[in-house]
Design a protein around this ligand. Structure first.
Ligand SMILES: Nc1nc2c(ncn2[C@@H]2O[C@H](COP(=O)(O)OP(=O)(O)OP(=O)(O)O)[C@@H](O)[C@H]2O)c(=O)[nH]1
Ligand SMILES: [Mg+2]
Length: 427
């Protein structure tokens, strides 16, 4: 074992219930382990129809696991499924190692990554809800409000009195009430922000999809092309759950059409339901969007599964009726031509300007379809109208006549109504 790094060594365990996606789910578990600053030194799998209710693995396999833990000198085991409190207790008793299940692992990653106050509160709430039913396995654990660390921050412990359990339960419940109240406050503020934006009638587009698909890379590419100078780039990393908070940027196309683009948290299979609840408010941007762009890692052999997970998670959050473009990203890693559009799908690469421009064309078709091309005659004393049109619409042609300026432009419905009295002809 390499002791030069600070990564906590772990053994991963998984049950193969004859599912096609089992190997992939183990690979993904390893990636999640890495994303939590730990490293896998060994993986143990067993073929079983269903987990042993007491110990997850069967008896013989548990003995093997115990031996592996001793031989590898590790004190953390990570399970590929969510475990029951008694399974956790029993495996820990046998192996003398701490066990983290898949749900606990994802929660730890989120807890370590959350940046904004709202994300921190949401993750804390998800963690509290996860801890509550598991309390009797952790009765003697002193509860503090730490948001979890990669080691030692487990949810387990042994041998404790009833009163400590009661105390812990009450502490958790109180904290849940408190966090809920704080979240309510901050989501009210968000709603106000969104309402203001709605009033400005700028269409909104949200990037959604599986973690590591390239959403943030697409976001940065679009900011480069159409963002304002001082717009900051978002973080891109080859790591699961690089993005946890939603970022929104205003983009202005060369024809003056504007829209808001938001980058959102990525999904993963078996996302803990406590977190799906937490996502509801983080993804409110997506729910209220006029258009979704589902970014898919087209070069990944498991892309179908990833798309299915994304669509199921969106449905679970209640995002079902928003029009969608599918961006089949990372085409540069395959021997295919790109950009290549088929209906609402685009084979593309986020690192390729032509791809981003084609994506923009598709976005425009979806969100600016209510525009109309009009010719307006603006009297010379209405300079403010001319400058409004210059700043806010795509001017196709300007002519000067004795009685004013003739401007041919693409106007939003609201603007068309507002300036109806100047209209010369409809093209
Ligand atoms: N070759 C190639 N790599 C890409 C492309 N798009 C993104 N990547 C890489 O894929 C990795 C993940 O990209 P991100 O943009 O962070 O992915 P994300 O969807 O935002 O991921 P999360 O925030 O974790 O949900 C990074 O290493 C990117 O450089 C692409 O079109 N081609
Ligand atoms: Mg991202």
């Amino acid at each position: 074992m390499d002791l030069t790094d600070n990564l906590t060594p772990v053994v991963t365990i998984g049950l193969n219930r004859n599912s096609n996606s089992f190997d992939y789910s183990m690979t993904e578990l390893n990636n999640l382990v890495e994303a939590n600053n730990m490293k896998v030194v060994e993986s143990l799998v067993q073929k079983l129809d269903k987990p042993d209710p007491a110990t997850y693995f069967g008896k013989g396999k548990i003995e093997e696991l115990t031996q592996v833990v001793i031989d590898d000198g590790v004190n953390t085991i990570v399970a590929n499924d969510e475990l029951s409190p008694s399974q956790i207790r029993n495996i820990e008793k046998n192996t003398k190692a701490r066990i983290i299940d898949r749900t606990g692992l994802i929660l730890e990653i989120f807890a370590n990554r959350a940046q904004s106050r709202e994300a921190k509160l949401q993750v804390e709430l998800a963690k509290l809800k996860y801890q509550l039913p598991r309390l009797h396995t952790s009765a003697s654990q002193r509860l503090d409000q730490q948001t979890g660390t990669s080691s030692g921050g487990g949810f387990t412990n042994r041998g404790a009195g009833e009163s400590q359990y009661e105390l812990n339960r009450r502490t958790l419940e109180k904290r849940i009430t408190h966090v809920n109240a704080e979240l309510k406050e901050s989501s009210k503020a968000d709603l106000t922000k969104r309402k203001q934006r709605d009033r400005s009638e700028t269409p909104t587009v949200a990037l959604v999809g599986y973690t590591n698909a390239g959403k943030s890379t697409v976001m940065n590419g679009m900011i480069n092309l159409y963002g304002e100078n001082e717009d900051k780039q978002v973080m891109v990393k080859n790591m699961l759950f690089a993005t946890l908070d939603t970022s929104v940027r205003k983009l202005t196309l060369p024809d003056q059409k504007r829209f808001l683009l938001s980058d959102t948290v990525g999904f993963v299979s078996q996302l803990p339901h406590q977190l799906v609840q937490a996502f509801k408010s983080t993804l409110a941007e997506a729910a209220s969007a006029d258009l979704l762009i589902q970014v898919v890692d087209y070069s990944d052999p498991h892309r179908e599964l990833m798309m299915k997970t994304t669509e199921e998670t969106l449905a679970e959050i209640g995002i079902t009726n928003v029009p969608m473009i599918v961006a089949l990203n990372k085409a540069d890693k395959l021997e295919v031509q790109y950009p290549n559009r088929e209906g609402d799908n685009l084979i593309m690469s986020a690192n390729d300007e032509d791809s981003l421009k084609e994506l923009t064309t598709m976005i425009k078709e979806k969100i600016f379809k209510d525009y109309q091309t009009l010719s307006l005659l603006i009297p010379f004393d209405k300079g403010d109208v001319v400058s409004y049109l210059n700043d806010n619409t795509n001017i196709l042609k300007t002519d000067y006549r004795d009685d004013g300026t003739v401007i041919k432009a693409e106007l939003k419905d609201v603007d068309a109504k507002r300036f109806a009295k100047y209209v010369l002809t409809t093209d």
